[in-house]
Design a protein around this ligand. Structure first.
Ligand SMILES: C[S@@+](CC[C@H](N)C(=O)[O-])C[C@H]1O[C@@H](n2cnc3c(N)ncnc32)[C@H](O)[C@@H]1O
Length: 240
């Protein structure tokens, strides 16, 4: 019989690879691991990749298996989804995986300046309704949060099925004059790599739960990489 939500919540509260800050820590105080993920959680000095909206953590776990010399942290609010990724990481004996259960709204209280080398956002809800624009994970408010801990030169990496969300993200990139490092609106038909062993090809071979669903419905997958270097919000500038 499959496990219920409560059972999964109880399990992750015991898992060593899951961090569940209190509301007080996440919203106000900052979490105890802020600035200390490498030393205290991973116990190494390897670079950190954060996957936002990680759901079942397919990227976090898949990338951790590909790159044992790097650390990966999946972030999501849904405990039952985190349970899936955290359980898989335990079964696969991957010490370089962590999961952080929090609202991404509080992410700047979870990491210190320059602590993170890259940020993946995998198949975020596009939040197409205008009233939901403050919840779009690539709006200026969220970017201002990420810029507080993403290293200079660090990459933002977005995979999405949504034409709307992809166009919205590119509008923000253009408005803020951010540097695009790679951009493709249909990775699986247009991106035919010259070198099949390239890192990108390897990484794009990972498919998330939602991605598989969208692919089975015939949707095309968009992928964009950009930096947040010199990202600044002017005084009084609207954030969404
Ligand atoms: C469409 S699912 C994608 C999950 C996974 N990346 C995939 O591709 O299968 C979006 C995920 O984002 C999470 N999410 C959305 N907004 C969030 C927020 N503000 N804080 C934390 N998690 C959020 C949801 O809980 C959900 O698991």
């Amino acid at each position: 019989m499959s496990k219920g939500k409560l059972e999964k919540f109880a399990m992750i509260s015991e898992y060593k690879n899951v961090v569940e800050p209190s509301m007080e820590e996440a919203m106000h105080l900052g979490i105890a691991l802020k600035g200390k993920w490498k030393q205290e959680f991973f116990k190494n000095n390897n670079p950190i990749t954060v996957e936002l909206a990680c759901g079942g953590g397919e990227y976090t776990v898949g990338m951790a298996a590909m790159y044992p010399e790097r650390n990966f942290i999946g972030v999501d609010i849904k405990g039952n989804r985190i349970w899936k990724g955290a359980t898989k990481a335990i079964q696969e004996n991957l010490p370089n995986v962590g999961f952080l259960r929090t609202r991404i709204d509080f992410i700047a209280n979870c990491f210190a300046k320059n602590e993170v080398d890259e940020i993946w956002i995998t198949f975020p809800d596009p939040q197409m309704n205008k009233n939901r624009r403050r919840k779009r994970l690539t709006n200026k408010l969220f970017l201002s949060r990420y810029s507080q801990f993403l290293k200079n030169g660090g990459k933002m990496r977005l995979k999405s099925d949504s034409d709307f969300f992809y166009a919205f993200t590119k509008e923000i990139i253009e408005e803020k004059g951010l540097q695009i490092l790679f951009d493709c609106d249909d990775i699986y038909s247009k991106y035919t790599p010259q070198n099949p062993d390239s890192e990108l090809t390897k990484e794009l071979s990972l498919k998330t739960f939602y991605e598989k669903m969208w692919l089975s419905e015939g949707k095309t997958i968009k992928y964009i990489e950009y930096t947040l270097d010199d990202f600044k919000i002017e005084e009084g500038e609207p954030l969404f």
